[in-house]
Design a protein around this ligand. Structure first.
Ligand code: SIN
Ligand code: CO
Length: 376
């Protein structure tokens, strides 16, 4: 399948040659691109408690960072140059930003981090830096100059509140305008400077580090029932060094820990739960006056349902993972649940068995899914 926003590449060729490997610039990736939010709306969002925002000011070797919420009065004090405000997770708050993700569904949803937006005035930038994420930098209104470098020098400017490269040696440079897009794999140094007031949408993809994976799995194993045995030392010799840990105790510890076992299905359950776990600051809004189950099912059939922008929903085999919880669904419910996981919505008028609508009702009560925008 070819997609306009990857230029002349089809998604297969993009995944083979560029994804995680090398940058790609696509001119006019999105024809007639419309920003999901205007600069004024971005600044209003930056003032909300539940949105994570940052204000970055500076250039060269002097930078400052303020964490949000950033209120309207703060914006009024700012100069006309050299600042940027960034808001994470715009897909949680804005349906149109969430829908941007649909264009990238050739990447598994489990890899999605967020859609971040930056609004910058001329000269505004976050400084030259390196990310550990894959990112599609989609240019909204205004113009931004991007420079990139394959440099391996990662020394940061000392004493800065941000990780800014001390020496940046650009090798390529482009000026992006509305609808242009730059894909960067992890590890490519980059620096984007607003040439005019501009919005940039960063569609970011992540994966846990191996360290996070292990720590998460050890946490998960803690939920397993503890073994029932206990260390005992009948017939032990009198201690010559009462301060020393007896080797017998160490042997016991090694044997007990060596009995920790896990199965592939535990790894699957952990991974599904871990990858769909909402970020720590995310809270859902259950419906204030929920419909009764039968009315929900009728409305859902008529209007369809959508995942709330904050929801993470994935499956592996017959197990479905909604926002960190595993749920086995019966065979009849699985095709609709699979569609919901793939497309993040079930179209109005779609057929699905009662067992699926029962599960969907549970998600609706928790604010994980909402009724679609079809006929009311
Ligand atoms: C920006 O939008 O200014 C920063 C995005 C990035 O470099 O990752
Ligand atoms: Co970056």
């Amino acid at each position: 399948m070819s997609r306009k926003h990857l230029g002349s590449l089809d998604v297969g060729a993009f995944m083979r040659t560029h994804w995680q490997r090398k940058p790609l610039l696509v001119r006019a990736a999105f024809a007639d691109f419309r920003d999901p939010l205007s600069p004024a709306e971005v600044m209003r969002l930056a003032g909300r408690d539940e949105a994570q925002s940052r204000l970055i000011m500076g250039r060269g070797k002097r930078w400052s960072l303020e964490h949000g919420p950033i209120g309207a009065s703060r914006f009024k004090q700012l100069p006309s140059r050299d600042w940027t405000v960034l808001v994470q997770d715009t897909n949680h708050f804005c349906r149109a930003a969430d829908r941007l993700l649909d264009h990238f569904d050739f990447v598994p949803h489990a890899r999605i981090d967020d859609v971040m937006v930056s609004y910058a005035v001329p000269g505004g930038s976050v400084g030259p830096h390196v990310d550990s994420y894959d990112v599609f930098l989609l240019q909204g209104r205004g113009r931004r100059r991007w420079q990139i470098s394959s440099q391996t020098n990662r020394d940061f400017l000392p004493g800065m509140p941000l990780k800014i490269l001390g020496r940046f040696e650009p090798e390529h440079e482009w000026e992006l305008e509305a609808g242009d897009m730059l894909y960067l794999p992890p590890g490519v140094a980059h620096h984007g400077v607003a040439q005019t007031p501009c919005l940039t949408w960063s569609v970011g993809f992540r994966a846990p580090s191996d360290g996070e994976w292990v720590t998460g799995f050890l946490d998960y194993l803690r939920e397993a029932p503890a073994p029932g045995g206990h260390y005992a030392d009948p017939g032990g010799a009198p201690a010559r060094h009462p301060g020393a840990i007896p080797p017998r105790m160490l042997d016991h510890a090694a044997r007990t820990l060596g009995r920790i076992r896990w199965t592939p299905s535990m790894v699957r359950e952990f991974t599904g739960r871990y990858l769909t776990e909402p970020k720590a600051h995310v809270f859902f809004d259950p419906p204030a006056r929920p419909l009764a189950p039968a009315r929900f099912a009728a409305a859902a059939r008529r209007r369809g349902i959508e995942l709330d922008g904050r929801s993470r929903f994935a499956f592996s085999g017959a197990v479905f993972f909604m926002n960190g919880e595993a749920q086995a669904l019966d065979t009849g419910a699985r095709p609709a649940a699979t569609r919901l996981a793939d497309r993040r919505r079930i179209e109005a008028g779609s057929a699905a068995p009662d067992s699926f609508w029962d599960a969907a009702y549970g998600w609706y009560l928790q604010g994980f899914v909402v009724l679609g925008g079809g006929p009311t």
